[in-house]
Structures are given as C-alpha cells and as structure tokens.
Design a protein around this ligand. Structure first.
Ligand SMILES: [Zn+2]
Length: 225
C-alpha cells in the first residue's frame, strides 16, 4: 500500500499518528513529509489540505497548506514556525481540518456529477470545462459558450438536484500501470486525482447559479450548510 498516499486509501481518515520528516525549513516555515500521510496535496482544482500537527500531545503547529513537489518527492505539508527541529523523525499526531476537506470532497464530486447530468439531459457529449475549480465553500465549472445550449441549464440543474437526492455510488481508483486515477459515477468516467465522497447523497443541499458572459458559461455551486 502506498502509505504516503493514505488520503487515497482511506479518504475519511481525519487523524493519524505517524512519523514526521522535515524536508526543508527556515525560521518561519517547515516543509514536512509524513511516513503515512492524510494531507492531500493541492491539485486537480482541489485545494491542499490544512490542519495541525501535535508533538507530545501538547505542542502544536498548523498545517497551512499541502502541495505536491516532485523534487521533494510527493506531498509536502507547509507548517508554521517553532517546532521545526523537534519534528524531524519523531512520532506526531496529524489532524485534518475535516470541515474544510469534507467540503472540498463534496464540491469536487459536484463539479464532475453536474457535467455528467448535463450530458445526459442535453443528450450529447460536452467538452470538459475549461476551468473546474474548488474554492472555500463553493466551486465552479467554466465552459466556452459554444460548448452547449445555455437555455437548457435550468432543466439540467433541476435534474441534477434530483440525482443528489436519489444518490449514486462514486468510485475512484488508479488506472493500472498508469499515473492517473478515475472518478466513476452514474455510468460516467472522468480522469481525476482529487478526493471525492463515496455517494452523491453525502453532498447535501447545493445552491446552483449560472451565467453567460464574455464567451463563457459559468456554473457555480455553493454548499448550503
Ligand atoms: Zn475530481
């Protein structure tokens, strides 16, 4: 098992005890790697994980972001200050900012699932969004205006809400021998290395707005919490 990628093996893991390694650091910041890692590195439109690292059950530093760095070898968490030297090669407890991550997982699922429902309702294959971005609490898909008939979006959104209520299993897995992963739901497959929920029912209520401006159709999704 690729334990460095525990965020794929157990996407619902919110905390873990593991060994930290300081990769690079200076007075104010340290780049940490973990032997087993639950912090997803920014990529595929999804934001990098945040959280905290606790040493000796008391000393804490914050994970402010997680990035992927091929030179440093995979997922690197950026932590603030202080515990730098003490953190190298010691057991620590890692805690995800779970509300943030879970919102990212829901929204990441939404941007793909909405695209699939749109293809079904409109009845044709539609080019993937030019931009598919997951922000803090909302996400959007941006398409070229010529990609599909904007007038049909109202019907698409209505059908999409029905799918969210009805639920559908979401599977994600690595393509054997390849360097990418699949997202699969409702009979559709999309290549994506992000983290998603296991079922559409987990998404809950979503407010959808859309606009057609400057040659772009933007469909925006906000979680209603
Ligand atoms: Zn995805």
């Amino acid at each position: 098992m690729l334990v460095e990628e525990l965020y794929y093996e157990d996407k619902y893991a919110k905390e873990i005890e593991t060994t930290a390694r300081v990769t690079i650091g200076d007075e104010d910041v340290a780049y940490l790697k973990f032997e087993e890692n639950i912090f997803y590195p920014q990529g595929g439109g999804q934001k990098g994980d945040r959280g905290k690292v606790v040493l000796n059950k008391k000393e804490t530093c914050n994970v402010v972001n997680t990035i992927k760095d091929s030179q440093l070898g995979g997922a690197i968490s950026i932590v603030d200050e202080k515990l730098l030297e003490e953190l190298d090669s010691v057991k620590v407890e890692c805690f995800l900012d779970w509300p943030f991550r879970y919102a990212q997982m829901k929204l990441h699922t939404v941007v793909h699932a909405h695209h699939c429902v749109m293809e079904e309702v409109i009845g044709e294959e539609i080019a993937f969004p030019k931009v598919s971005s997951i922000e803090d609490g909302f996400a959007f898909n941006k398409y070229s205006a010529e990609s599909f008939d904007f007038a049909k979006l109202g019907k698409v959104n209505e059908e999409f809400q029905k799918h969210l209520k009805a639920g559908a299993e979401v599977k994600t897995y690595a393509e054997k021998g390849m360097d990418f992963r699949w997202w699969e739901c409702m009979g559709h497959k999309i290549p994506c290395g992000g983290i998603h929920v296991d079922n559409l029912t987990e998404v809950g209520d979503v407010d959808i707005t859309f606009s057609n401006k400057k040659g772009n159709i933007t469909v925006k999704f906000a979680l209603i919490i």
